[in-house]
Design a protein around this ligand. Structure first.
Ligand SMILES: [Zn+2]
Length: 213
């Protein structure tokens, strides 16, 4: 009888241990869903040098991108993150070189900053692009923070096959921080106060995406 009981108990206990193990395996990724673990942020100021990007309403996209990128660098460094800049000056840079700089870093995310333009000057708003599911985990909180903290239409997040998103091996996003072809939005983007708010909103979204230790 004892031996029979012990025979029954053994598989029951094994199943118990196994089910706990399965629960843990399932529970850990679920509890961490929506957050990323990283210590470095690669900040990519769009365009630069010979590539001015969009030019509208007296604004040159490359200058706005660099300005917001430098502001973002300061904020993130103050929060204790390592920040790697793909450019800190008005330099011409290939898209693949930007990805190469980023791919040297482990535990990193990639954030490319751009401003948008459209021939239809009534189009405006803020949008964040991603390509991978982990990119989406960064895009969502960044877009949410911009929508919460900035004036402008929320154009949401969207998948895009941009080269910098395709060639970077880490979670990567590309932010379009406003349409400079739209007169109202251009006037906002031309203000240093608004650009500081953009950088703060992006930083807040990046920090929200991060796993808290
Ligand atoms: Zn651009």
């Amino acid at each position: 009888m004892v031996s029979q009981e012990s025979k029954r108990r053994v598989p029951a206990m094994c199943w118990g241990v196994l089910s706990v193990a399965i629960c843990m395996m399932v529970a850990v990724p679920i509890s961490r869903a929506g957050s990323l673990s990283f210590s470095t942020v690669v900040v990519d100021a769009g365009h630069g040098g010979a590539d001015g990007g969009s030019v509208w309403n007296g604004l040159i996209e490359k200058k706005l991108c660099l300005d917001v990128a430098l502001r973002l660098e300061r904020i993130l460094k103050a929060k204790g993150l390592r920040v790697v800049m793909t450019r800190r000056t008005d330099a011409t840079m290939e898209l693949s070189d930007r990805a190469k700089i980023a791919n040297k870093w482990r535990n990193a995310v990639f954030v490319s900053i751009h401003f948008n333009a459209n021939r239809n000057r009534s189009v405006s708003g803020l949008q964040t692009f991603y390509r991978s599911s982990r990119g989406r985990m960064l895009a969502s909180p960044v877009q949410r923070a911009m929508d919460r903290d900035l004036t402008g239409i929320n154009r949401g997040i969207a998948i895009a096959n941009f080269k910098v998103l395709r060639e970077t091996i880490m979670p990567a996003i590309l932010i379009e921080a406003g349409f400079i072809s739209n007169r109202t939005e251009a006037s906002r983007c031309g203000s240093a106060t608004h650009r500081q708010k953009i950088a703060q909103a992006i930083a807040s979204g990046i920090l929200a995406a991060r796993t808290h230790p």
